[in-house]
Design a protein around this ligand. Sequence first.
Ligand code: GTR
Length: 410
Amino acid sequence: MRILSSLIVALAISIVSFANAQDAKPNYDESKIPAYKLPDPLAGIESAAQWPARRKQILEQFAAEMFGKVPTDKFNAISVKDAGTRKQVLGGKATMWQPVITLAGRDLNLLVLMPADSANAPAFLAYNFHGNHTVLDDADIPLTKNWVRSKPENRAREEDRGSAASRWAVEKIIDNGFALVTLYYGDVDPDVDDGFENGVHAAFPDKPAADQWGSIATWAWGLSRVLDFLGTVPEIDETRVAVMGHSRLGKTSLWAGANDERFALVISNNSGCGGAAISRRRIGESVARINTSFPHWFCDNFLKYNDNESQLPFDQHMLIALMAPRPVYVASAVEDTWADPRGEFLAAKHATPVYQLLGLEGLPADEMPAVDEPSQGSIGYHIRSGGHSVTEFDWTQYIKFAKRHLMNEQ
Ligand code: GTR
């Protein structure tokens, strides 16, 4: 009954906000940003010793009001379905390995690319958007059979082998001593508003309640389960895994890093609204609009904040602060105005007092850095030229940042 009435309320709110959000033109004018006051991540605390308790409080608020909690840990166990064979790629300098693990009845097809003869290598873990076969052009990588967005009939195609290679800098990752672990996010949960019928949700008896997981929280949970598996892999050091994601998957990497402190480093590439961008600025994509276009991403409680951001008990600088004391990188792109680059910078900047309380630098830059001039402390930030994507420039910064923090190299 409670679920039914909250569904009815959620439906009513979404009908009203759908109409509003579709009518309203997105704002791109800084002078039209409403006056706002950011909540203080350090409210009520004065010392580093008090941070863990404050952190827990903030984390619980994000879970209950925005991303949704994982309903039960009953399905956390993973099993190895196919141990996968290894082969040499990239002229012998890398090993490609494709184990398949099972989680809540779903097969997660991993693509692992690691320096040849890796032992305890640090790694980047990141979902891909359209299947492992798009990351590297190799005929031994199977096409995903799952639903794929923006492809004819939502199916993976042979012709897309390697089509996303420019977004992955595989060779640079390997040359710098890192492994790359990637998987298709639709293996965990297809990115379509299907009433939580498909993906891992099929294993859970109840539909999510208003404070329970949307798809972003589900994908984040999947990343933690992959990390569980990496703990059993001798070639990879699970204590030095950087979780990385672009756009909706950047929102996901942030939420994964917030929830799971085993992730040693967190990277959000062009994550925008619901990721690194300050919601109260309402510039580019807004809370109402994201909840309307992607009703399955966040929990239903988040609908309360459509055109009502000032009532949020947090803002996205506090999501960044949840990584403290671990290193976190926020990246923007000049032409990616939909994601509000300035709002992404401000979140990194306003997370800095938490790092400073813990005796760390946070973000060195006080003002928005110049284009293509990264600022890297324990928080990293850059705004690069170009549009919404992941480029060689982005990976160059992430590798440099990760070498410093995970390999002790300056
Ligand atoms: C857009 C969405 C953004 C971002 C992006 C992406 O349509 O409005 O929040 O997530 O998709 O994931 O590419």
